[in-house]
Design a protein around this ligand. Structure first.
Ligand SMILES: O=P(O)(O)O[C@@H]1C[C@H](O)[C@@H](CO)O1
Ligand SMILES: O=c1cc[nH]c(=O)[nH]1
Length: 297
């Protein structure tokens, strides 16, 4: 039907190829492999998502927590996927087109595997606005470069606009986890999702730049006024596609720098790596608490 699950994947007996995951309904027993999945966590880098799967295995006390988790999508190098009990940890690459493709295939995978009550969470990095670097932002609203909660995509040559509302209850639950951990600052705020890391995020240090430092500061001030606290490149799609698919979704990103102070990511490798672990720890606690509440661990 229109804007529901596509007809193709609803027809029983028709095989479906999840090309960019190197999985498929006629080559893999998807219900056996993924039927128990309750949380899908996504983030840009494959290394981060492997580390998160290991972290979750330890957090949930799974028997093989020490072992290196196998990459379920080893048949391709587009995306990487790891599984720790009911948690699927998947890389999405950089930006809107990349996360769009993997979410189409992940939503179909969950459908084929007959999963129920799945929560999708992006654990990412971002540039902050007026926040101490290392602050974790739980997204209230995903907004575009004009601060609007809309994801616009060209379909059949026409712009199609989709809403990007996220679940307020889930935001509150995640904020509570940040407070309970109390290892770093966690705030709620709007997240601006752009199509580019450089000019699209008002950076002066790209290969090209057609605006001044003053223009940049004015734009970031307007963003702050509109409630934007961080900038990244995937939140709009995650929010729009999960809403369309009827899945609970959240975006939890650490800020690697304060964009009011500069554009370059000049922090040490160790510092930036340790910042990246913060959303993982927060979401790890959230998942453990959810599973405890449902009597699963
Ligand atoms: O999850 P990641 O760290 O990839 O999120 C942000 C947005 C872009 O994908 C990338 C740009 O550096 O970082
Ligand atoms: O400034 C930043 C940092 C990480 N990711 C982004 O998209 N922007």
């Amino acid at each position: 039907g229109l804007c529901g699950f596509s007809e193709v994947i609803n027809i029983n007996g028709v095989s479906d190829v999840l090309y960019h995951l190197a999985l498929g309904t006629s080559t893999h027993d998807l219900p056996a492999m993924f039927g128990d999945v309750k949380f899908v966590c996504v983030g840009g880098s494959s290394r981060r998502m492997k580390a998160f799967a290991r972290f979750m295995a330890a957090e949930l006390g799974l028997p093989d927590a020490e072992a290196d988790p196998p990459n379920i999508c080893a048949g391709t190098d587009r995306y990487a996927m790891y599984k720790a009990g009911p948690v699927l940890s998947v890389s999405h690459g950089i930006g809107v087109p990349s996360i769009c493709v993997v979410l189409h295939e992940l939503l179909k995978l969950l459908h084929h595997a007959r999963c129920t009550d799945v929560t999708v969470i992006r654990i990412g990095t971002s540039g902050g606005i007026g926040l101490e670097p290392g602050t974790v932002v739980v997204t209230q609203q995903a907004v575009d470069g004009a601060f609007q909660p809309r994801f616009e995509q060209m379909i059949l040559g026409r712009p199609v606009v989709r809403g990007t509302e996220l679940d307020g209850g889930l935001v509150a639950e995640l904020l509570l986890c940040g407070r309970e951990l109390s290892q770093f600052e966690t705030v709620a705020g709007n997240t601006m999702c752009t199509m580019d890391f450089y000019e699209g995020q008002a950076r002066l240090d790209g290969a090209f730049c057609c605006f001044s430092e003053r223009d940049k500061q004015e734009y970031l001030a307007r963003a702050y006024e509109a409630g934007v606290r961080n900038i990244e490149m995937e939140a709009l799609v995650l929010a729009a596609m999960c809403k369309l698919g009827g899945l609970q979704a959240a975006v939890v990103c650490v800020t690697l720098l304060d964009r009011l102070q500069g554009d370059q990511l000049s922090g040490s490798h160790e510092l930036l790596e340790s910042f990246q672990q913060r959303p993982q720890r927060l979401v790890g606690l959230f998942i453990r608490k959810r599973l405890q509440a449902s009597g699963s661990v």
